[in-house]
Design a protein around this ligand. Structure first.
Ligand code: ZN
Length: 250
């Protein structure tokens, strides 16, 4: 690998005092898993790849549908009906050949999730359903792997960061979703720019955690309303009796 070329690619971010050459080297050794290669995963993966995160895993088992294309900017109509993860890997390798992209064609489950997550430094949860969000939170807390999770619908999004010893997603949403109770993206609707804003913020939060800079959204929930443009941060506290992160469990 040509050192000069690499540095030129990242020159504009190495110029930032909080990153520098040392921070860039840290990103190059980092391993980030993005679960969900859809509306949130597309911008999150692009900006993590752009920043030079050395290893990016992508886990998803969906095939591309034409209805995905209003927000899932990794893809083109040529890929409709084909596996998303492989197309995403090809697109990201072309975008940044300096990094390693690992496709995982799988739906993360209680059975296969722990071994997958244990292989990464940080997880970006970018799925579109509450059951997966709850499960990925649980698996990351148990593995003590930092998690950046988010959710979007219509013109609204929410985002938070879970680090070991801090409030997890279950502390915020103690009730597990009833099977079949959640309205699907097809019913609720989503505009691509909403996923773009929140997925991009997920990438930024992941980079902050990897670099150990700034104030990540730990013990905080960000609520974004794009239609009326408000950003609201809500303080959240770790629940002592949380089944995942509570003191009673450690
Ligand atoms: Zn918790």
């Amino acid at each position: 690998m040509n050192e000069v070329q690499v540095n030129r690619r990242y020159a504009r971010q190495i110029a930032i005092p909080q990153i520098g050459v040392a921070g860039q080297a840290r990103l190059q050794t980092a391993r980030v898993l993005v679960i969900g290669a859809g509306g949130l995963g597309s911008p999150a993966l692009f900006y993590l790849a752009a920043a030079g995160v050395g290893t990016l895993g992508i886990a998803d088992d969906d095939l591309l549908s034409s209805t995905n294309l209003n927000r899932q900017i990794l893809y083109t109509p040529a890929g409709i009906g084909r596996n998303k993860v492989e197309q995403a890997a090809r697109r990201l390798r072309a975008f940044n050949p300096e990094i390693t992209i690992i496709p995982h064609i799988m739906r993360v489950s209680r059975a296969n999730g722990p071994a997958l997550i244990a292989d990464y430094d940080l997880v970006v949860e970018a799925t579109d359903n509450l059951a997966s969000k709850a499960l990925i939170n649980e698996l990351c807390v148990r593995a003590r792997v930092p998690l950046v999770w988010a959710g979007v619908q219509r013109f609204e999004g929410q985002l938070s960061v879970v680090l070991p010893g801090h409030a997890c997603r279950r502390c915020i949403f103690p009730e597990l979703p009833e099977p079949g109770s959640q309205q699907s993206p097809a019913e609720l609707g989503i505009i691509g720019a909403t996923a773009g804003v929140i997925g991009t913020l997920q990438a930024l939060e992941a980079l902050k955690v990897l670099l150990g800079i700034g104030t990540p959204l730990v013990d905080q929930l960000l609520l974004w309303d794009g239609l009326h443009h408000s950003f609201e941060k809500i303080q959240v506290t770790r629940t002592a009796n949380c089944p995942h992160c509570g003191q009673n469990e450690e």
